[in-house]
Unconditional design. Structure first.
Ligand SMILES: [Zn+2]
Length: 261
């Protein structure tokens, strides 16, 4: 497994042949040397016997299948404001002037700061979710289509979810937990109790079905996501299930629910 060398860590800890790649990276606030280290990081922790489905949304960062909501971090909104302000400053300056260049540098630093906060948030949250559950199911969202969205708030969230998912799958491998990405179709429209389709617009916050099932909209989706992960074939992003691949290379395998038991 390769990962970015953590800032401030001691490089002497690793053998020279573990360093697989060295890159010089230019960022808005300076140059960085990036060492890619090959390590097999695995930590054995006690099973929790808990499974969870996560529904990501704009109102909350995610809602799980038990109805718990994790709010969007505050820097999502403040970062959005800062980015808009810096973008305005750039566009107000005369093209190819040195003032415009300076404003651009400032904008790039705002971007960098937000991306670091986002990464930090994603790491902490993903670690917590993985260590608290044996199986974590979430939607396989097409991130490339999502970030094309012109709405700034949405693009900030999309990037955050993407990071979060990457770290979920990373910690899934470290702690030998199962992570499953499922098809996102109908997860919010289907009734998690009886399976009928209950059409709702984005503004409908409560799922009300003829069968008597009344649930928070996102929780209903979270349950559907969990059921879909446990009941059908999904895209599993962990190699805990794939004993043949012991080399530590990052991999994805397709498995059925029978392998989860
Ligand atoms: Zn129903």
């Amino acid at each position: 497994m390769t990962f970015d060398f953590p800032e401030g860590a001691d490089l002497n800890f690793y053998q020279p042949d573990q360093i697989k790649r060295v890159r010089l990276v230019k960022k808005a606030d300076g140059y960085y040397v990036q060492f890619c280290i090959q390590v097999d990081r695995e930590e054995v922790i006690e099973p929790t016997h808990l499974t969870i489905g996560l529904d990501v949304g704009l109102e909350s960062f995610y809602t799980d299948s038990l109805g718990n909501k994790v709010e969007n971090p505050r820097f999502y909104r403040t970062g959005e404001k800062k980015m808009k302000r810096s973008q305005r400053l750039v566009s107000r300056k005369v093209k190819s002037s040195s003032n415009r260049r300076k404003a651009r540098v400032k904008l790039a630093r705002v971007h960098l700061k937000i991306s670091r906060q986002r990464k930090d948030h994603a790491i902490k949250l993903a670690r917590c979710v993985i260590t608290s559950n044996d199986v974590v199911v979430y939607e396989d969202l097409r991130i490339k289509n999502m970030v094309k969205n012109h709405c700034l708030a949405k693009s900030i969230n999309d990037a955050g979810w993407h990071q979060f998912r990457v770290w979920l799958e990373y910690f899934g491998k470290v702690f030998l937990r199962v992570t499953i990405a499922v098809n996102p179709a109908y997860t919010s429209q289907e009734c998690s109790s009886c399976g009928s389709i209950v059409k709702k617009s984005l503004s409908t916050r409560t799922h009300v079905c003829q069968c008597g099932c009344v649930l928070d909209r996102d929780r209903n989706a979270g349950i559907n996501i969990l059921n879909s992960g446990l009941g059908t074939t999904g895209h599993v992003g962990t190699f805990a299930l794939d004993a043949s691949n012991a080399s530590g290379e990052s991999t994805s395998v397709l498995v059925g629910a029978n392998l989860l038991g």
